[in-house]
Structures are given as C-alpha cells and as structure tokens.
Design a binder for this molecule. Structure first.
Ligand code: BGP
Length: 473
C-alpha cells in the first residue's frame, strides 16, 4: 500500500550514525585501559585485532569535525567498560576523562550523544573470574559501571542504550558471547538471557532515579523471518524463528514476561527456563522508554523436523557469495535463502521492505517508540584518486530510508536512524575486508597504512538527506 499523503520526518528526528568502542577506538592498553573479551579474542579464520582499528581514540576530534560536516544530529557510540573499570573493580579516572572529552566535543558541535553502555566488550577479568554473563555477579558489576556513567556523563547525555543485541550475544557464542568451559551452550543461552534481563532492569531503574530526564532502552538485532512457502509448517517455522530469536528476549525486556512457547519447548527437553515471580516483577517495573533495533537483512525459515541434525549459523568468512551456512534448529526452523532478494558478498540479503515490516511488527507488539540504531551495507570499497564511489551503499541506504518514511506514515513512532557505521571500522565477523562507513579509513587488515580519512560518495548523499530532513529522497 502506497500512501496518498506521506508524512514527513519529524522535526526533531535524530539523523545519526553509529560505532562501537572495540571496533573503532584502538589504544587498547593506553591510559590505564584494561583488556576486554574482544581484545583477547583471536580467530584463526578472519581478522580480529582491536589494537589500532580506526585509531578513533587519538583522532576523535578530527572525526567529530567530519560528523559536523556531515550534519549529524546525533552520534551513537559505546563506552568501553575496560576504560572505566579496567579489571571490572577499580575505577580508572583517565577512562572517564576520555569520554568526557568526547562528549564535550560532540556537544560543542551540536551533536546529541547516544550512549551504548554495553557493546560486547566486558572486562576479560570478569570472564575469567566467574564466566562473565553466565554469572549473576555480572549484574552488580554492570550496575556499578552504568551508575558511574550516569554520574559522570548524565549532565550532558540524554539518550542511553543498555545492552546491544542481547539476542545475538546468545545466538553467536563464539563471535560475541563466551561460554565458560564445561557449560552446555543451551543452558548458557538461557542463563545469559536471564542475567542480562535482570541487569537491564536494574540499570533502567537506576537511570530513572539518577537521571529522570534521560531516555533509556534495550537494543535488539532483528532479522524478520519470512516463511519459505505458504505451507503451514513453514509459516509455523517463521513464527518460531521470530518468537525464539526476537520476541522471547524483547517480551522479557519490555513486558517482563516469558514467551510460553519457548518455555514449553525447553521444558519438554528437560530444561526449566522459568524466572521466579519476583524476578519477573522486577523486570516489569523497569519499562524502557523506547526499543532500539539493528536491522541489516531479513531471514527465511522453513520447517525443520525433530529428527534433523542441528547446525549453528556459520558466517561467510570469505566474502564470496554462497559461503553462509544456514542454521538448523530441529523442531523449530531451518534457515534458507530468499530467491526474491539480492545479497551482498557475505550473503546478507538486502530487504528494504523488511525494515518497514520490522517497524510495524515491533510497534504492534510493544507500542513503544522505536529507534533504528544500526542499518548498513557491508562491502569492499575502492579508494581511487582520493575518492570512493560507493553508489551501492547509497542505493541500499536510500531504499531503507524510503521504507522508514512509509513506516512513519503507517503511524509508527520512529525517533531516529543510525546507519552503521559513521566511519570504516573493524567488522565483527570480517575485519576491514568488509566496510560500512560514510568515511573511508586508509588501512587494510594486515597493514595499518596511513589511517587517513576520506569522505565517500555516500557521505555527500547523507549530508544532503540530513540537511533536507529526509525530504530529498
Ligand atoms: C551488529 C553489531 C555491530 C556490527 C554489525 C555488522 O550485530 O552490533 O557491532 O559488527 O553487526 O556485523 P559485521 O561487522 O559482522 O558485518
């Protein structure tokens, strides 16, 4: 359905862009910073070295000047927990000072900060001491860290996100999770979801007390699931995927309730995942102000009989189409490709209309304002004579923004849009081979080169879009 009258983007719409600390900052041992679980990760199959990345720690003033030129209204970044509490216990004033300078520089340039408190990078010592998010001890540590951030930055920061993509942390344990030795992965998944939900609730409650003017919400990664065919079994598989991957965690975080289908599925397999009534009450008492969600692609789900062999999703590491391994979860769903969609070189299917569907589904279910906090195209960019013609990225972003406007016209309250990423940074699954930024960084995986910044063609496109408040679509 096209709209006869399309609503314009709201006047105060947050046109933003996003990054995360371990992917962009570098300087992992400077000014007292401790080692995080991301710093200590080393994958044999693809580049994952946080030592320098895009050197934003040393070049943040230059980068913020570029944000100003771009016209950003808001910038989403994460605070590296290990700069503030290097070992998870002892406060490091130099880390607080870094983010104070960053935030001051943003405010000076009229750019509204949106702070992610946790983006996959807790202190390595907390992982070693008690297994990280597998243990309830994490709640107190995360709360202490968050309260320190509220006290230190809350006079200038109005927007906070608690935990980035808690659902993907449990879906991809090797990449962004961390299962302690000897623990069953399924047991770990539900314990981590529970601990993160409680931590999320306590952090929201403290925020309300300390910063009544601030807005705070959780963040989820949402790949909507389409049924492979109209066979009822495939429709059920798609429902299963949505419920297990997205609605189970969001129902818990936003409504303080556990999806009964999920509870029953695991009960039948001998795993009791029920939270206590007191825990659910506590979570219910900490309603978020908005839901942040990250959207890159949609999924296809088909029936997966009980007797099928289980397969975890396998990332395409080569960046050659066809390398992605689709998951199979017996009794629930199996992934498949979508013949109606184009895909990037890493098999992420490009689906702008899916973004409008995601907005509608989330608003319909939770009735909360939404924020799109990641959306973008991972691609190999070529620097030629100081220019990068990333027309493919402009095409991707433009089509997604068009669908956002349709979602707004549908009546979905959208607060802001933060394409991933402001600047090229280390991709979580593919290093610098796969770039997302509006700003090109002169480096490769194996060669740090000059780290010089270059504006891509998409930079100028986004600049025009922001200055027209989305009217120049
Ligand atoms: C999201 C993460 C980001 C970012 C993005 C792209 O799930 O929150 O940190 O990495 O995915 O993924 P990738 O870098 O693997 O292409």
């Amino acid at each position: 359905m096209e709209h006869l009258v399309q609503k314009p983007f709201p006047e105060n719409f947050l046109w933003g862009a996003a990054t995360a600390a371990y992917q962009v900052e570098g300087a992992i041992e400077e000014d007292g910073k401790g080692i995080s679980v991301q710093d200590s990760k080393n994958f044999s199959n693809y580049f994952h070295d946080t030592t320098v990345t895009s050197d934003h720690y040393h070049r943040f003033r230059e980068d913020i000047a570029l944000m100003k030129t771009l016209g950003l209204k808001s910038y989403r970044f994460s605070i590296a927990w290990t700069r503030i509490y290097p070992d998870g216990e002892t406060l490091n004033p130099a880390g607080v000072s870094f983010y104070n300078q960053l935030i001051d520089e943003l405010i000076k340039n009229n750019i509204e900060p949106l702070v992610t408190l946790y983006h996959f990078d807790h202190p390595q010592s907390l992982q070693e001491n008690f297994g990280g998010w597998y243990s309830e001890q994490m709640i107190t540590h995360f709360l202490t860290f968050a309260v320190t951030c509220f006290h230190a930055f809350g006079d200038r920061v109005r927007w906070f996100m608690t935990i980035c993509e808690s659902n993907n942390v449990v879906l991809y344990p090797d990449l962004i999770g961390g299962v302690p030795a000897g623990i069953d992965v399924e047991v770990w998944r539900f314990q981590v979801s529970r601990v993160m939900a409680l931590a999320n609730a306590r952090v929201i409650q403290s925020c309300r007390k300390l910063l009544p003017q601030a807005k705070i919400g959780p963040c989820i990664g949402y790949a909507i699931a389409y049924p492979a065919t109209s066979a009822p079994q495939d429709v059920m598989a798609a429902l299963n995927e949505d419920e297990f991957r997205t609605f189970y965690p969001l129902d818990l975080l936003c409504l303080g309730r556990q999806n009964p289908t999920v509870v029953n599925f695991f009960a039948c397999r001998g795993l009791d995942i029920r939270l206590s009534p007191t825990e659910l009450e506590e979570i219910k008492g900490a309603n978020p102000d908005f839901i942040a969600f990250n959207y890159y692609q949609s999924d296809v789900a088909k029936a997966c009989p009980d007797e099928s062999e289980e397969a975890q999703p396998g990332f395409n590491q080569e960046g050659k189409k066809g390398g992605f391994v689709y998951p199979r979860f017996p009794g629930l769903y199996a992934g498949d490709s979508n013949p109606y969609l184009e895909r990037n070189d890493w098999d992420w299917e490009i689906d702008p209309v899916g973004l409008r569907i995601a907005c509608r589904k989330l608003f319909d279910r939770y009735q909360l304002p939404l924020m799109i906090t990641e959306n973008g195209l991972g691609a190999r960019d070529t620097l030629a004579n100081g220019e990068i013609n990333d027309a493919y990225r402009i095409d991707y972003l433009q089509k997604h923004v068009e669908q956002m406007q349709l979602a707004i016209s549908d009546g979905v309250p959208l607060l802001g849009y933060y394409p991933w990423s402001f600047i090229d940074l280390m991709s979580t699954s593919n290093g610098y081979n796969k770039r997302y930024g509006f700003v090109y960084v002169d480096r490769e995986d194996s060669d740090i080169k000059t780290l010089t910044r270059y504006k891509k063609a998409s930079f100028y496109w986004y600049q025009r879009l922001i200055s027209s408040n989305g009217a120049l679509l």
